[in-house]
Design a protein around this ligand. Structure first.
Ligand code: KIV
Ligand code: ZN
Length: 386
């Protein structure tokens, strides 16, 4: 087994789909699941079967339609949930049951009105029960980010002994800092008996904007599965972004980690998920935002036109975008203007660039962005709308 292989667990169709307004039909979920398969994700969390008949049916249909990734279904730590998940996964070539329970004192007291001992017993019982249906059982220790690390270690040790093959350490509330989350993972690596019998998974929420940073800290400290969503959609401020994790591990290949993600499909699936879920991507979103490869200030434009890597750490083609864009605004310089005029077929040696540039600035000051039609007007070739 490759010790540096990082498994990508996509939960767009479960944690992502929980977002108000993002609900999908079964047909839409199958389309996204097939695209996730093409993208190369290792595990697709297809739904939470007991939550509704529609979600149950989606897990059934995705299990039939998608064969390469493991298909995973979520449950709480009770037999009825686990029965429903096992039933929904019956057509999966490889099915995984993802069961779990709260691990923080906050959840134990205020969500379950219980004790650490009783919760530990429920965790173990759920894993043992799930193992009756499949030998691929993942356990989540909900709110692990705020849980006492010694108790968390006891819980993880007990569920591995009960048969969990993946142990998920969620920062459910996006509370942790990369340093403390990384230390938590390291503590488990160093202190849990038989930890090498399971894969440690990270599942981080983005309440403080740290989901991706925390996930990477988890990987650096020994986690080998990352739970994430396309465009980082998910509860509240969202989940870790799949595209960010994939491109961080690829860009920093010196760290030695590898995934199965075909990054050239990232842009395509980002647009698909955004339009199907009616959830626009913020323009400055890393990797997939409209401005992620757009340059608008004169200094940057000049630099990127001289050598792309002056201002780009990723080749846009690597994520399936044809090319970067040089946006013409009143902040652009002569180099960018010349670039666009040449692209439109104007012979620069036949025009007075300085004079055109002065007129360009006057025009650009009146608008947000100069497009090709504006440039034609500037050159006396188009109809002005003014
Ligand atoms: O955020 C979380 O803790 C979860 C679990 C159900 C895995 O989504
Ligand atoms: Zn979550």
């Amino acid at each position: 087994m490759d010790k540096n292989r990082v498994y990508i667990f996509d939960t767009t169709l479960r944690d992502g789909e929980q977002v108000p307004g993002c609900q999908l039909t079964t047909v839409e979920k199958i389309i996204i699941a097939k695209e996730l398969e093409e993208l190369g994700v290792d595990i697709i969390e297809a739904g939470f079967p007991i939550s509704s008949p529609g979600d149950f049916q989606s897990v059934v249909e995705i299990s039939k339609a998608v064969t390469e990734p493991v298909i995973c279904a979520l449950t709480r730590a009770n037999n009825a949930d686990i029965d429903a998940a096992a039933e929904a996964l019956r057509f999966a070539k490889r099915g995984r049951i993802h069961t779990g329970i709260g691990a923080s004192d906050m959840h134990i007291k205020y969500k379950f009105n219980s004790t650490r001992e009783a919760i530990l017993e429920r965790a173990v019982a759920a894993v043992k029960y799930a193992r009756k249906f499949t030998d691929d059982v993942e356990f989540y220790a909900e709110d692990a980010g705020r849980a006492d690390v010694v108790y968390l270690a006891q819980m993880i040790e007990a569920v591995i002994a009960a048969g969990a093959t993946t142990v998920n350490i969620p920062d459910t509330n996006g509370y942790c800092l990369p340093g403390t989350y990384g230390e938590k993972i390291k503590f488990l690596v160093d202190n849990v008996k038989n930890i090498d019998k399971a894969i440690i998974s990270v599942h981080c929420h983005n309440d403080l904007g740290l989901a991706t940073a925390n996930s990477i800290a988890g990987v650096i400290n020994g986690a080998r599965q990352v739970e994430c969503t396309i465009n980082g959609i998910g509860e509240r401020a969202g989940n870790t972004s799949l595209e960010e994790v994939a491109m961080i591990l690829k860009t920093h290949h010196g760290l030695g980690y590898n995934t199965n993600i075909n990054s050239k499909r990232i842009s395509n699936i980002s647009s698909l998920v955004s339009s199907m879920m009616r959830m626009p991507v913020q323009p400055n979103k890393a990797i997939v935002g409209r401005n992620a490869f757009a340059h608008s200030s004169g200094i940057h434009q000049d630099g990127v036109l001289k050598h792309r890597e002056n201002y780009e750490i990723i080749d846009p083609e690597e994520v399936g975008i044809e090319s970067n864009s040089i946006i013409l605004t009143a902040r652009s310089g002569r180099h960018a203007l010349k670039h666009h005029l040449e692209r439109l077929g104007y012979k620069i040696d036949k025009i007075n660039l300085d004079e055109v540039y002065q007129r360009f600035l006057v025009m650009a000051d009146k608008t947000k962005e100069i497009n090709d039609h504006d440039l034609q007007v500037l050159m006396g070739d188009g109809d002005s709308h003014n």
